[in-house]
Design a protein around this ligand. Structure first.
Ligand code: NAD
Ligand code: IPM
Ligand code: MN
Length: 361
């Protein structure tokens, strides 16, 4: 039997609640699919930082380098400054393992109410492909004249030809199996070096994809189109920061950030890829057992697809769709009263094998 070895990093806050629940779903899908998941747990988190002064051990990446995939909850919690926790754990993994694509689907599902008037399932179904290794996120910069009236800080953005081209190619390749329509998020009117370069690379890469339609919008009006015209989009490719913003806005227009999945992908498979929901540690609801587990579970389905277990991935996604459409086991963010565990049980009950083996579920 095929066994996949998975590094599990629940991280902080609701990561500790939704990760074990998602593992139950993945275990059930693995049993039905005839493969095994061999989990190794890592306590890398803000709690670890409080005890030891670091989010993960110095050789952290080496410890998980040989895993087939990484399953992560969320990183960051009050008590540790966010830039310290994130640059101490999440961002080094994304960069160290060349996970240069952050793939985040946006899909309006039956049973989930969009805050937009008159939108039906099927109307909104696109992907945000976010550059995940460079761009506006950088550690290059500094502060001068600290404490003086002239105090200033600078932060450098980095856009490389290789970095732009590879994420854009990924977006076009993804669109090839869809509507062959790629939209680029830009801001080349105001940001006068990096964004015109981004546009230049987008035009150059697009030349290799004849028969595709392309468009580009400045990020300001693009956010408006996400709300007014979300049916326009198929694949949206964006820099690190713009992609971050769009991938919270997308889920908001299709109902809840609690259900949004994500994958940090190294397409060449030279390194393990990492699967985590779009949402964070949600300190405001942590410890209450009410977090929506769907974002984590769906990220797990994306992990199984990446590992080649398409049927199991599909089964989980179908189970999520079933449970959402039924509306009888939803968490509060979706207007229900169920807890994290109850919603997870409903997903497990909706998996095909569970239907056969435990009709009472
Ligand atoms: P957040 O996503 O944690 O929470 C935003 C809002 O959405 C909160 O009201 C929260 O209760 C709600 N929410 C989020 N996930 C939910 C779920 N599964 N079910 C129900 N409601 C949910 O964003 P934030 O408050 O900006 O960030 C909190 C911390 O998480 C910060 O430290 C931040 O840096 C970190 N963060 C980490 C990641 C990550 O690890 N990938 C992503 C985003 C934020
Ligand atoms: C995300 C998060 C992270 C990001 C933060 C926590 C650094 O918002 O995964 O979307 O901006 O990449
Ligand atoms: Mn984000």
């Amino acid at each position: 039997m095929t066994t996949y070895s998975i590094a599990v990093i629940p991280g902080d806050g609701i990561g500790n609640e939704v990760v074990p629940e998602a593992q139950r779903v993945l275990e059930a899908a693995a049993r039905a699919g005839g493969f095994e998941l061999d989990w190794t747990h890592y306590d890398w988190s803000c709690e670890r930082f409080a005890k030891t002064g670091s989010m993960m051990p110095a050789d952290g990446l080496d410890r998980i380098r040989d895993k087939d995939a990484i399953f992560l909850g969320a990183v960051g919690f009050p008590g540790v400054p966010d830039h310290v926790s994130l640059w101490g754990l999440l961002i080094p993994i994304r960069r160290g393992f060349h996970q240069y694509v952050n793939l985040r689907p946006v899909k309006l599902m039956k049973g989930v109410e969009s805050p937009l008037k008159g939108r039906e399932p099927g109307d909104i179904d696109f992907y945000v492909v976010r550059e995940n290794n460079e761009g506006e996120y950088s550690s290059i910069g500094g502060r001068l004249y600290e404490g003086q009236p002239d105090e200033l800080v600078m932060q450098q953005s980095v856009f490389t030809r290789r970095g732009c081209d590879r994420v854009m190619r990924y977006a076009f390749d993804l669109a090839a199996g869809r509507k062959k329509h790629v939209t680029s998020a830009t801001k080349s009117n105001g940001i006068s070096h990096t964004m015109p370069y981004w546009d230049e690379r987008f035009a150059a890469v697009a030349k290799d994809y004849p028969g595709f339609t392309t468009d580009q919008f400045h990020i300001d009006i693009l956010t408006a189109h996400f709300v007014r015209n979300p049916d326009w989009f198929d694949v949206v490719v964006a820099s690190n920061l713009f992609g971050d913003i769009l991938s919270d806005l997308g889920p908001a227009v299709v109902g809840s950030i609690g259900i949004a999945p994500g994958a940090n992908i190294n397409p060449e498979k030279d390194y393990p890829s990492m699967f985590e929901p779009v949402h964070g540690s949600a300190p405001d609801i942590a410890g209450k057992g009410i977090a929506n587990p769907i974002g984590q579970v769906w990220s797990g389905a994306m992990m199984l697809r990446h590992l080649g277990e398409e049927a199991a991935a599909r089964a989980i996604e179908d189970a999520i769709e079933d449970v959402l459409a039924r509306r009888d086991s939803l968490t509060r963010d979706l207007g229900g009263t169920a807890g994290t565990r109850e919603l997870t049980d409903a997903i497990i009950g909706a998996l095909p094998a569970s239907r056969v083996h435990s009709p009472a579920a």
